[in-house]
Design a protein. Sequence first.
Length: 141
Amino acid sequence: MHRRQEELRAPISRKSQVVLGAVCLFVSIPMLALAALGLFVMAANPSGTGFVFVLILAAIGALFAVLSWRLLLGRSRADGGLFSPTGLRAGGVIFLAGPVAALFVEPIGLLHAGISLAAAVGCFALAGHREQHVTTPSSAA
């Protein structure tokens, strides 16, 4: 099992990084453009639901923009990841808030709630692991 974890942590090729970075860039540009358009439209006709939708588009667009920037320029973090522990925790909070907010809007499926909670736990666990990896010196060095 330990060998499998090392294989999963192995860096991907530069060509794969560029391809994934380009895909993320082509996802982020329309989302950020739609968020800007939504803000422009909401200036004339404000609504709470529209504001939440614009915030979600902007957050997802910013996420993909950061991913594309780091992948295209080859700038990963010192711990080898693409997101900081704080960014991972923010993602965990979003995954936790999703099922709770959906309960007030419409009934949410148990499967969707479980997937969101699992993603939140994964974000928090990875953030804790990354912080521990950065703060404790490696025994291999």
